[in-house]
Design a protein around this ligand. Structure first.
Ligand code: NAP
Length: 266
């Protein structure tokens, strides 16, 4: 990343990320702060735009359009969730696909689905990078994804499929989750509930990626996986905090860098 960043700098370009935060959701404030700090630490330029929760949709869409036109901004991120009166879908679709570094635009989703170049959602992409970092070959493996959201579960399943895994997607209407996870070589837990995955649900030697971000009874950050138990069974497991979360931010920076490189070719 440092090399790519230096090559851009040599051509007079500093990758720029605009982060839009509407309202004062405490978790969102932390996420946004972490993203802005990561940009600063990596030599990327970030612009944080904070707005009152009362911001109108028209005003937000106008702001996005201005950023779409700004040549110094290569990536635009609107922190979710948005206040209820704002139409999330409409807001995301207003971002130019060329600057959609979160990978949530329908054009990005379509590109992933069809195997064309485009921005991949950062969290599942980060999970793929973690598998790559341990040299894990997904070909012929059975991957079970728990959760089917548009931002984590579904794109995760597509990325695993693209690497030739056989993929099962589980969700709240899956009748026997344990029967599914026990068959898995790789499990990705993306639910948002503590202890969704316990040691008795994991095949010995399986690889477990924990995307969940929850609070335990003491208010401490924890994942979906019972880490203490599952780490006794799994061959590889990501912790929360310190696992998928930081990788998500890294992939956001990589996407911003990519957007800046693409702007040169455009
Ligand atoms: P989401 O939109 O709420 O989706 C949760 C999914 O879990 C849904 O598909 C739901 O099924 C399924 N589910 C709920 N209860 C279940 C159960 N008992 N068994 C099996 N499946 C169940 O959440 P998300 O946005 O995908 O996020 C998931 C978690 O990841 C959250 O904790 C979030 O904070 C975290 N997250 C972390 C990062 C990171 O950077 N580390 C990034 C994004 C999200 P239905 O579809 O049937 O309702």
């Amino acid at each position: 990343m440092a090399q790519r960043s230096a090559a851009l700098k040599a051509r007079g370009i500093t990758p720029g990320l605009a982060v839009i935060l509407v309202g004062d959701n405490p978790a969102s404030q932390v996420y946004v702060r972490n993203k802005v700090k990561a940009c600063e630490d990596s030599g990327l330029r970030s612009v944080l735009e904070k707005y009152e929760a009362s911001l109108s949709e028209t005003e937000l869409l106008a702001r996005i359009e201005a950023l779409n036109q700004d040549p110094d901004i290569h990536g635009i991120l609107v922190q979710l969730p948005l206040p209820g009166h704002l139409d999330t879908h409409k807001v995301i679709e207003a971002i130019s696909p060329a600057k959609d570094v979160d990978g949530f635009h329908m054009a990005s989703a379509g590109a992933l689905l069809t195997g064309l170049p485009g921005f991949w959602p950062c969290t599942p992409h980060g999970c793929m990078k973690m598998l790559e970092s341990i040299g894990y070959d997904l070909r012929g493996k059975h991957a079970v994804v728990i959760g089917r959201s548009n931002i984590v579960g579904k794109p995760m399943a597509l990325m695993l499929l693209q690497q030739n895994a056989t993929v099962t997607i589980c969700h709240s209407a899956t009748p026997d989750l344990k029967a599914m996870t026990l068959q898995a070589d790789v499990i990705v837990a993306a639910v948002g509930k503590r202890h969704v995955l316990t040691a008795d649900m994991v095949k010995p030697g399986a690889v477990v990626l924990d995307v969940g971000m929850n609070r335990d009874d003491n208010g401490k950050l924890c994942g979906d996986v019972d880490f203490a138990g599952v780490s006794q069974v799994a061959s590889y497991i990501t912790p929360v905090p310190g696992g998928v979360g930081p990788m998500t931010i890294t992939m956001l920076l990589v996407n911003t860098l990519q957007a800046a490189e693409n702007s040169l070719a455009a």
